[in-house]
Design a protein around this ligand. Sequence first.
Ligand SMILES: *Cc1c(COP(=O)(O)O)cnc(C)c1O
Length: 381
Amino acid sequence: MKVPFLNVQAQYNENKIAMLAAAERVLSSGCYVLGKEVEKFEKNFTEVSGTEYAIGVNSGTSALHLALLALGIGPGDEVITVSHTFIATVSSIQYTGATPVLVDIHPDYYTIDVRKIEEKITPRTKAIIPVHLYGMAAEMDAIMSIANKYGIPVIEDAAQAHGTLYNGKKVGSIGTLGCYSFYPGKNLGACGEAGMVVTDDSSLAAKVRKLRDWGAEKKYYHDLVGYNYRMDAIQGAFLDVKLRSLSKWDSRRKEIAEMYNSQLDKNMVVIPKLNPQSTHAYHVYNVRISNRDLLQKKLTEKGIATGIHYPIPAHLQKCYHFLGYKVGDLPVTERVCGEILSLPICPYLNDNQINYTIESINEIVNKNEFNNLHAQESITV
Ligand SMILES: *Cc1c(COP(=O)(O)O)cnc(C)c1O
């Protein structure tokens, strides 16, 4: 049996008629950048983000870059975030000329360790970017109380967390600004690149709107040095169609996660620990195990595709050597990166494929050189 990691074509096949109609509408309109298709999607997406404003851009990375610029962040400033994230979170900080300050993660939740934020705050700290990694919210209550105490704005990286609620609030609406990605493999994915900045602050929204479109509110009148970060009309139109399936897809992700949670051999693998204040969008479902590479290899042999999100943390990437971090600086992050394995959780997988994945894992971890003490032990570095 083959178990693919992703199946984005299935999303198209299910929505074919509406997506082809959307393409026809855009192509025959001659309006290919921003315009009413993007405006309609922006408006509808505020139901996911729970914010007054949503500004469509050309990627999640651009969304983060513009959120930072809208807050006036630049050279000499510091921005606190995690190393255990997709590289875009860290790079967007660096694009502004500010310095990324990387904090270790919570040993169970894998999101920013709120006990380690305050010691990194300096007079130069101009923002905190918590990442709602894998689709589960970071500990926003603690983050917001630290941020409010020091008067520091918060940018939520919600690129993996469409639809996640924290204490009943939609992620992206809790901090000063929120950023979403619609990269094709995300829970809500375009047929190309796209992203969104969300906020309740009207002046920040106006600034992001200007910055995405060459710093001009009126064409050719450039108030700010801006960017070409506009969302394509066709992506807005496709996303608006796919938005209608998001909650159905998320329910299926949750069903698959529950199958994994209940049936995986928990004496051998560590399953995700849920923060009781957050729901989980299960963009990624991963387990932790001592001999991760061997498990991955054996699963590949059985036709089961897996992933590692992410194998090398940002602070140990070649491109960030200049930040001066070394092995051992973020011990929980480093250990987690070496032990996590992401299992297939695409909503189009059927129960047979998930059961086959579960049976294969349980068989492999009980037959090979895996350390069964590992799953009981928690990370205490
Ligand atoms: C995908 C992702 C981004 C970047 O989004 P793109 O649309 O790929 O530019 C940023 N942060 C996180 C956590 C992501 O997963």
